[in-house]
Design a protein around this ligand. Structure first.
Ligand SMILES: [Zn+2]
Ligand SMILES: [Zn+2]
Length: 282
């Protein structure tokens, strides 16, 4: 029996003698099967070809990256707190060296992710740390690829350890969430957002989509729902899912302004002044 990992999304699947015929995550309209077709691997097959390590992003926040990049290629984030550490969006790959590094940082008390695309090998990570809870939003339960007793379903808000809370925003997936860590950014507050909000290339704004790779937008209703949910939280800094993606400060205003911009464009209330008929001099 083997825990199969989809090579395209890096998500582990149940213990099975043979790999599944297809990956439900990659066959969904929000992701894609690469040109080479569906491929599967396993931790055993990957051992020695990949490495991973933790680096500090700010006090008590560490990124775990795998090299070469694997699956969707997110960085995992480890939030260190006096009540235990939370591992957010772990990569699909892990090995003993990565487990040793996480142990040296205080271990892992809980594992979770913003949504089903970025769960990686969450169950294997949990089992490496005595089967700590893996939190999955109830609205996304049908996307669980490796059912296990360590999974705990949650609804709208869930404290994971003292001072770290999950908040459901919906949008990209109905259970899409952010993680709020008010002690982060020197107590100005941090949000880990995955792609519930996508930190844009300018590192000063965000966007919102049903599918990022396939460019399927969200309606105003869901963008308003996300922005109003986020608007209740205390934070100044946002960390996105990928290397370098962050808005260092002023993030609450950036989310508000980004949602207003998005809604302005889809309502056709914002016009490019150079478009014929949109007079520049009005
Ligand atoms: Zn996949
Ligand atoms: Zn996604």
């Amino acid at each position: 029996m083997t825990v199969w990992i989809c090579s395209a999304c890096g998500i582990e699947h149940s213990n099975m003698a043979r790999p599944p015929a297809r990956c439900a995550i990659c066959s969904d309209e929000r992701h894609y099967v690469p040109p080479g077709g569906q491929q599967w691997t396993s931790l055993k097959e990957m051992a020695g070809r990949f490495t991973g390590s933790f680096t500090e992003l700010e006090p008590d926040l560490f990124a775990v990256r795998v090299s070469p990049s694997f699956g969707i290629g997110q960085r995992g984030l480890l939030v260190r707190t006096p009540a235990g550490n939370v591992l957010w969006e772990p990569p699909g790959y892990l090995d003993q060296q990565m487990i040793d590094e996480a142990t040296a940082l205080g271990g892992v008390a809980a594992v979770t992710a913003s949504h089903p695309h970025l769960v990686g090998s969450s169950i294997t990570w949990s089992k490496a740390f005595d089967g700590v809870p893996v939190y999955v939003n109830r609205a996304d339960h049908r996307w669980i690829r490796r059912p296990d007793d360590v999974i705990r379903l949650w609804d709208d808000r869930q404290e994971i350890v003292d001072g770290v809370e999950l908040i459901r925003c919906g949008g990209h997936f109905p259970g899409s969430a952010v993680l709020n860590w008010p002690a982060g950014a020197a107590a100005a507050g941090v949000l880990l957002v995955g792609d519930t909000l996508m930190v844009a290339a300018d590192r000063a704004s965000v966007s919102f989509m049903r599918s990022y790779p396939n460019l399927i937008p969200l309606p105003e209703r869901l963008v308003t729902q996300i922005a109003s949910t986020i608007g209740l939280l205390t934070f100044d800094r946002i960390y996105g899912a990928f290397h370098g993606s962050m808005i260092a400060m002023g993030s609450a205003e950036a989310v508000r302004a980004s949602a207003a911009r998005y809604i302005g464009w889809i309502r056709d209330e914002i016009r490019d002044p150079d478009e014929p008929g949109n007079a520049r001099d009005h």
